[in-house]
Write a protein that binds this ligand. Structure first.
Ligand code: G3H
Ligand code: 13P
Ligand code: ZN
Length: 316
């Protein structure tokens, strides 16, 4: 069942975080739905601009609609990840998305506000909620690369002004994470001090943590042992998800970890079976492994086991 992102946030706020997982194809969708049913967790499916372009945006919508039929017990929202203004309007018009993210975080403060406000107006007119971003994460997202040293943590006072002036429904804050597989050079920890200050100024307001993949060491080691080259890959400590959730982080974005599971499964499969060329056997292993991974992340987020209570609170 597709619900609004606002409904998920209302149930989760302050107690647990909802996992927001990116998908690009049917195998990822199957693994995601299976993992969330196994762990009885609500979730958010995220679609990036790159994912919309990968095959065709209509293909992804059709996969999601089919998955909702195959897994009638699943409760989830559909979200545009890192949208620009034009893509936000396209998604708002489509009527399929529960929420959109307008990411104008690379723009100066006033311009970020102006762009975000326009998107909020258009989205709210259709009952769709808006995630915006303030502060800059390091790393790469599709066509934007933030070099080391140019990432900036969210300023809590600006965050309060930004939310009040834009009317956005949730805020992606930079609290030390970055996109991709190389997140920390030294201390591997979130800036809980920044989070605490933001929460004090914006009590009850849902915050979003991007760049939240944990980049498991076992996964990276297995990839490297099967011919990969990912030295120094490191991610967020998943034991910090729940403490962050208690400080208002209601949505935790995870994409890179799913790519690592895919890479490990396929590298090992073709290393061990060099004469194989049917993509379905490794595809099946991937779906099982991804489902297991998703269930394990939902356990860390505290979203596991929340479905029954959520269903009750939705009156379904
Ligand atoms: O933050 C970016 C997400 O991981 C999506 O990545 O733009 O390559 O699809 P993508
Ligand atoms: P990761 O690269 O840590 O998976 O972050 C994903 C993300 O923030 C999607 O918006
Ligand atoms: Zn992101």
């Amino acid at each position: 069942m597709i619900v609004t992102t606002a409904q998920l946030f209302k149930h989760a706020y302050g107690k647990y975080a909802v996992g927001a997982y990116n998908i690009n194809n049917a195998e990822q969708a199957m693994g995601l739905f299976r993992g969330c049913i196994q762990s009885q967790a609500p979730f958010i499916i995220q679609i990036s601009k790159g994912a919309r372009k990968y095959t065709d945006k209509r293909m992804l919508e059709a996969i999601i609609r089919a998955a909702a039929e195959i897994f009638p017990d699943a409760i989830f929202a559909v979200h545009l990840d890192h949208g620009d203004e034009e893509t936000c309007y396209d998604c708002i018009k489509s009527g399929f998305y529960s929420s959109v993210m307008i990411d104008a975080s690379h723009e100066p403060f006033e311009k970020n506000i102006a762009i975000t406000k326009r998107v909020v107006e258009a989205a709210h007119a259709k009952g769709i909620s808006v995630e915006a971003e303030l502060g800059m994460l390091g790393g790469v997202e599709e066509d934007i690369k933030v070099e080391d040293g140019h990432a900036t943590l969210t300023n809590p006072v600006e965050a309060e002004q930004f939310v009040k002036r834009t009317g956005c429904d949730s805020l992606a804050c930079a609290i030390g994470t970055s996109h991709g597989a190389y997140k920390f050079k030294g201390r591997q920890s979130l800036h809980f001090d920044v989070l605490q200050k933001i929460k004090a100024l914006l009590p009850g307001f849902p915050l979003v943590m991007h760049g939240s993949s944990s980049v498991p060491k076992e996964e990276v080691d297995r990839i490297n042992a099967a011919g990969g080259k990912m030295p120094g890959a490191v991610g967020v400590d998943p034991n910090e998800y729940l403490p962050a959730a208690k400080l208002g982080v209601t949505k935790v974005n995870i994409d890179t970890d799913g790519r690592l599971v895919w890479t490990r499964v396929h590298r090992e499969f073709f290393r061990d079976k060099p004469s194989e060329f049917d993509f379905r056997p490794p595809g099946k292993i991937f779906m099982d492994e991804y489902a297991k991974f998703i269930a394990s992340r939902n356990d860390k987020l505290g979203s596991s086991g929340q479905l029954a209570d959520l269903r009750k609170s939705l009156g379904k």
